[in-house]
Design a protein around this ligand. Structure first.
Ligand SMILES: *[C@@H]1O[C@H](CO)[C@@H](O)[C@H](O)[C@H]1NC(C)=O
Ligand SMILES: *[C@@H]1O[C@H](CO)[C@@H](O)[C@H](O)[C@H]1NC(C)=O
Length: 472
């Protein structure tokens, strides 16, 4: 564990050229502030001096940690529709009350049905703060449960305690997706397969995951809640029903596990396509309910619908296919980071990742949409998904999402490890769902659109079939 006291911190807008300097060995990740992607470095003084003497970095921010508190946490406000912002206080008072909760956290520590509520130290140090993001150091136990005291439209990310490599997606890894894109044309068999996705089945599935069916007993799928273990076991069984081999993979004590499933390949190849979502959820302060009907129950039922279609049609893939339901997303992509790191360590040949996160909400008067990332996403994969959408789900209006939304899902974990990845989202713009991070995020409500979920799931499945190759 590093000692933070005396550590220098540099926050600077991301540019690939940063990694040609001495800074590259002290890189700790990219983090969003408003519309900007920032890189965080913890350089030594000699490197910082030499870099800043050669670079005109008026937008760089430098701090020195004074206290020896171990865990750095980046927090940021997401970009949401102005109508949603009207529901909350402005950033400054929200941030101040958040800091208050950090030092008096015991009252809220048991919210959201937490299984493991570690003791919190009431210390923090503020190292960076703007009107949309901040970097703090807190104790490790506070860091793990910080999402339970964050303002509603904020997300938090734990910063790795050791430097990480900056791994751009290598050209070699893009060959496959480029080839799929150049060979892409309408395939009536794929159209029939994706059209077979069943909305009544998706309704049953989401009602189990949110507890709306009155049978599953799930009150919350917060990463520490009993309900998320129920969900993990149920998902594993459903994916196995579809012919996959599944594992519950634990990544951190107290967190529910990732559900990782694989279909075998008919040919001897390492090439692997991944479709994913996160099944953990987040509710409101003071409520033990975190149904996560949209976030991310909708993405979870999409990958489940894909598995059910694979089984129904008896599809055999010509290369490896993985379906992953991650946990710990709401605490800062923890489950997917652990998984993507493991895939990098074994040098897995992951050629396409498509993460589904929030597919269900459609604002009154708006058409069904598909939002794709403009910044944090591999452009070639995003282009493939957009092209597949035009062919198989022409009813969707396709566009880019707000920057802050595109950073914040599990595809980022794969991009950080140099795997080609993108995200699919419900809106070509910022978040508009009034039940976002709210205990009212049920499926039986105005604006929750199963038709849109099906249209987007069709795109995810069609991209999978084109990418992996298949036989029926
Ligand atoms: C699969 O291919 C690898 C590498 O080409 C080879 O080493 C391995 O023996 C092959 N396995 C089978 C079952 O053919
Ligand atoms: C990864 O899979 C692709 C097939 O899509 C293949 O062309 C490539 O050689 C594989 N890469 C490695 C390192 O095995």
């Amino acid at each position: 564990m590093i000692s933070l006291a005396g550590t220098l911190l540099l926050v600077v807008p991301f540019a690939p050229s940063l990694f040609d300097s001495c800074l590259s060995s002290s890189y700790h990740g990219n983090f969003i502030d408003g519309q900007t992607v920032n890189s965080l470095f913890l350089p030594n003084i000699a490197c910082l001096d030499s870099w800043s003497s050669q670079t005109l970095a008026s937008s760089a921010s430098i701090a020195e940690a004074k206290h020896d508190i171990h865990q750095l946490v980046w927090v940021q406000q997401e970009v949401v529709e102005p109508s949603l912002l009207a529901q909350i206080q402005s950033f400054r008072p929200e941030f101040d009350s958040f800091l208050q909760r950090l030092v008096t956290p015991k009252r809220v520590a048991r919210e959201q049905d937490i299984l493991v509520a570690p003791d919190r130290d009431s210390e923090y140090e503020l190292l960076y703060r703007t009107s949309t993001a901040a970097l703090l150091s807190v104790s490790e136990s506070t860091a793990r449960t910080i999402d339970t005291i964050l303002p509603r439209f904020w997300k938090s990310y734990l910063v790795s305690s050791s430097p990480v490599d900056y791994i751009p997606v290598p050209d070699e890894a893009l060959k496959h997706v480029k080839e799929v894109l150049s060979n892409l044309r309408f395939n009536p068999e794929i159209a029939a397969i994706v059209d077979s996705i069943s909305v009544p089945q998706m309704i049953n599935d989401i009602r189990f995951l949110t507890g709306e069916d009155g049978v599953s007993g799930i009150m919350s799928r917060h990463s520490f809640a009993d309900g998320s273990l129920t969900a993990a076991n149920w998902l594993k069984a459903r994916f196995e029903d579809s012919g996959a081999t599944c594992e519950l993979q634990s990544f951190l004590a107290g967190f529910s596990p990732n559900v990782i499933c694989a279909y075998p390949s008919t040919t001897n190849t390492t090439a692997t396509t991944v479709v994913s979502a996160h099944y953990d959820s987040r509710g409101s302060f003071g409520s033990t309910r975190a149904p996560g009907g949209d976030d991310d129950g909708s993405g979870t039922i999409a990958i489940l619908a894909i598995a059910r279609a694979i089984a129904r049609r008896g599809i055999k893939f010509n290369s490896n296919v993985q379906i992953a339901a991650f946990s710990g997303e709401e605490q800062g992509l923890l489950g997917s980071r652990a998984y993507a790191r493991k895939m990098r360590e074994i040098d897995a040949n992951i050629t396409v990742v498509i993460q589904a996160d929030m597919l269900g909400y459609r604002a009154d008067g708006e058409p069904a949409q598909l939002g794709l990332p403009e910044t944090i996403g591999t452009p070639e994969v995003t282009q493939l998904v957009a092209s597949v959408s035009a062919i198989y789900s022409p009813e969707l209006r396709v566009g880019y999402t707000a920057v802050s939304r595109t950073c914040c899902s599990d595809h980022q974990s794969f991009i950080e490890q140099g795997f080609p990845a993108t995200q699919i989202f419900e809106r070509a713009g910022p978040i508009a769902d009034p039940m976002y991070h709210n205990s009212g995020d049920l499926s039986d409500r105005e604006g929750y659109d199963f038709g849109q979920i099906k249209s987007i799931a069709k795109v995810q499945l069609a991209t999978l079939l084109h990418s992996a190759g298949y036989e029926v």
